[in-house]
Design a binder for this molecule. Sequence first.
Ligand code: HEM
Length: 550
Amino acid sequence: MLHEQSSATIRIDSVTNNDFYNQSHFIKCLQETHFHVIFAMEYWLILLLIVIGVISIDYLFRSFNFFKRHDIIHVPPVSSFATITSIIFPRKSFVDIILKVYNFNPNAKYYGFYGIINPFFVLRDPELIKTILVKNFEAFPDRPGFSDLNNPLLEKNLFSLRGEKWRNVRSLLSPSFTSSKMKMMFTLMSECAIDFATFLSTLPTDKCNMNMKDAFSKYTNDVIATCAFGIKVDSMKDPTNKFYVYGKEVTNFLEDHFIKFIFLKTFPSLGRILNVKIINDYVLHFFKDIVKTTIATRDVEHITRPDMLQLMMDIRDKEGDRKLDIDDMTAQVFIFFFAGFDTSSTAMSFVAHEIAANPEIQTKLQQEIDKILNESNKEVSYEVINQLEYLDAVISEALRLYPPVAFLERTCEKTYELPPALPDEKPAIVKKGMPVWIPILAIHRDKKYFEDPEKFYPERFLDNKLHNSSCYMPFGLGPRMCIANRFAILEVKVLLFHLLARCELKPCAKTESPIKFKKGIIMMPENGFWLNIQHRKNMHPLLESTIVDN
Ligand code: HEM
């Protein structure tokens, strides 16, 4: 009994011990998990409280009253706040939001608007805009762009660099974007465009409906890989290549990390303290390794190639005290991803949409292209592509109606006096540190400057007068305008040339025409950019052989 009892006891004891061990282990794990959860919660709670505190105090005491105190026409704080929240918690498309802000007072040259934590000026008048972006550049040299300060490569991003640092990098990079350098890169781009167009023209019928933004982002990726990083990939054939997968991770930040992006843009220093990152370290290491390895191979094997990396390798030793190290070079080629990937593929998607929606425009383009193929015996040169007037007009019109960068920003560096917004108003002072905002998209759609502005009408660009108008600025204006506008236009032209030479673009069941824009910050149709792509039945005979060869 005793034995039984004791054995029972022992058995019970041992069970109890086990149980105890399991329970205590379980409790310990729970405690640890709980601790982590509480710690993470506390972390975010503190962050949230700081954010709310900073926003409230700043907003209440400084911002809310700014324009009223200074007697400046402005969008009331409540409407401003409603507009900002409809961007963060998407209730309207970005196009509708910009148009609404722009149409607040159609007669004023500018007015005030309340941002998340600070007031800024919305500029409407093209002459005033030109004055600020070009003539008085010294007073507005930088943009309040975001910078992921926890990533050394992005910290050096030309888009967000300021002052002297920006000046140095811009002057270092500008020679890489001249016409002669574009001519060098033209061959690399053409190879990508031919591969891309050939792939599309040989698709089986059940795969002919496609999301064009997705397809064009693969072409853009391949162009960046070859023109900037010096490596060749074909993302249509192999969409799992690391370059494309990581490239998408870098460029999808607006969709994937929008709240983090707004946070870093609003509180960059706090972002640094809290180590908030938009791009994972392994992605940055991947691109840095490519640059490092490519440079080492070229140095050892004395290889030269007509790409951005080579241009930087060539100036690397000539620049005296402005030497470029691997980080600098990686940061600069990285710009292609950050500033060029989405803008270019968005532009291509809108052009393709309008071409498919307007068959007469497509026919005219194809006639212009075929004529060139005939005359050049299919060896199309850089000079010839740039002489295609109608193609140029179609792209310019798409950039007018759908500018991929819908607004510009600048920060005031020196206190600046604006002329009166209306004849009976007083001049207004822009204080150092205040941002100004220029709604390009809305100016491009204002009937004061463009007749029948909602209509896609490439002919308006044929006389070549509009390109230099101060009302047309898809690439910005002044010393801080897009450094790569030539590159971008060429990339789109080369793509359309080879695509339209081989394919017919048609609307499909999912195509929306006219476009209904998706709610939120990304400018795209609600359903995406769907089109049907077909092999061109009347393709130029010179090209039929290349399709067969492929
Ligand atoms: C259709 C395609 C593109 C459009 C519509 C576009 C448009 C713009 C716009 C509007 C700006 C701001 C200009 C300003 O603030 O005045 C800008 C800046 C910039 N873009 Fe582009 N861009 C395109 C393609 C590219 C590409 C392919 C690159 C590749 C390198 C690029 C690199 C940059 C850089 C580095 C800046 C900042 C320039 C500076 O601050 O000095 N862009 N772009």
